[in-house]
Design a protein around this ligand. Structure first.
Ligand code: NDP
Length: 330
């Protein structure tokens, strides 16, 4: 079977040479373990942070060890009565075609009404991130005007649609191409702009002349600065990520207008979705119905084959995806 290991730690943007495809034997199962043939795997922006040898909320990947991350697969051998052969499961040993996993660390998923890959996106970690960040961290209220960056991505596209479904006055999204902006309009955003086509501060002002109440930050940098300028008194920011800086080799300057947080009584709060797994049930209760009635739609960019996972990850950080980036393994 095949797996991808970290060959070297990227300096700046990762390159194909930072990864290595290896062929290895499938280890024998021990009691309580299952063998999963991975059907689809995830690449996510947070993995870039794990490639650096720094202390963070998840431990770094190790050189010459396989990478890991979300995957959905089919149990093909089992030494657990709880998880029989044939079960479709979500687990954390992606970046490989076969995974030996402790049965207690897999979660059975129902793929009758949704594709398996949905559990890596809207019904998985990114979807929960969108819901938690918007409702619990930014404390969204009906009538709010919401701005979300990275809006055509897995998290951002869910944020905008959830805000609309919960009664936002106006939802504005930014993304990195005219095609993505077009897609945001189709998904029901009230306004959207291509941040590469001009000045973010100006484009946000035109899209939200009355200002914004909530900013969901996926990007950082000039987007955060523009949002601070546009926020109304009592505005709230969910600091979810700063993808514009993940490949940076030097610390980026902070928002130059942060002092506005004082006069506007702003609240900027970072969060990590893993601390909010207790919200999962509430979120899925909403999401499943919204998916069924079309309130919530999701896009995927699908690459084929484990050997193409490194390039998919590299492309993800450069905007090569619309919606969730996934790799189909079989
Ligand atoms: P996305 O599907 O949004 O993919 C990443 C996107 O980032 C790309 O498609 C690209 O879109 C955009 N991007 C890349 N470079 C830049 C740049 N310089 N400026 C602006 N946009 C850029 O990924 P996810 O939805 O999985 O993640 C979105 C954000 O949420 C990330 O910051 C991630 O780290 C964060 N996150 C945080 C979690 C938490 O617990 N706090 C959990 C999950 C995700 P474009 O073409 O528009 O540039």
């Amino acid at each position: 079977t095949r797996q991808i290991v970290l060959a070297s730690r990227p300096h700046g943007a990762p390159t194909p040479e930072d990864f290595r495809l290896e062929t290895v034997d499938v280890p024998a199962l021990e009691d309580g373990q299952v063998l999963v043939a991975n059907d689809v795997m995830s690449v996510d922006p947070y993995m870039r942070g794990r490639m650096d040898d720094v202390k963070s909320y998840v431990p770094p990947f190790q050189i010459d060890d396989p990478l890991d991350g979300g995957a959905v697969g089919t149990v093909v051998d089992s030494r657990s009565d709880d998880v029989p052969v044939g079960t479709r499961v979500l687990h954390q040993l992606g970046w490989r075609e076969h995974a030996v996993v402790e049965a207690e660390r897999v979660q059975a998923v129902d793929t009758r009404d949704v594709p398996d890959s949905a559990y890596l996106g809207v019904l998985g970690m990114p979807g929960l991130t969108a819901y938690v960040g918007l409702t619990k961290i930014a404390q969204f209220q009906p009538g709010d005007t919401v701005f979300v960056s990275g809006a055509a991505g897995a998290v951002g596209s869910a944020v905008g649609q959830i805000a609309k479904a919960l009664g936002a006055e106006r939802v504005i999204g930014s993304a990195g191409s005219a095609e993505k902006v077009e897609r945001l309009n189709e998904l029901g955003f009230d306004a959207a702009f291509d941040y590469k086509s001009g000045n973010v501060r100006q484009m946000l002002q035109e899209a939200a002349p009355e200002g914004i109440d909530v900013y969901f930050d996926n990007v950082g940098g000039d987007h955060l600065e523009a949002a601070i300028g546009a926020l109304t008194v009592g505005g709230r920011v969910a600091m979810c990520g700063a993808v514009s800086q993940y490949n940076a080799t030097e610390a980026a300057p902070g928002p130059r207008n942060l002092v506005q947080a004082v006069g506007k009584r702003l609240r900027l709060q970072g969060f990590i979705v893993a601390d909010h797994l207790d919200v999962t049930e509430e979120w899925l209760g909403q999401a499943v119905g919204w998916l069924q009635d079309g309130t919530l739609r999701f896009d995927e960019t699908v690459r084929e084959g484990l050997e193409n996972a490194p390039q998919a990850f590299i492309d993800l950080l450069e905007g090569g995806n619309t919606g969730k980036m996934v790799i189909r393994l079989r």
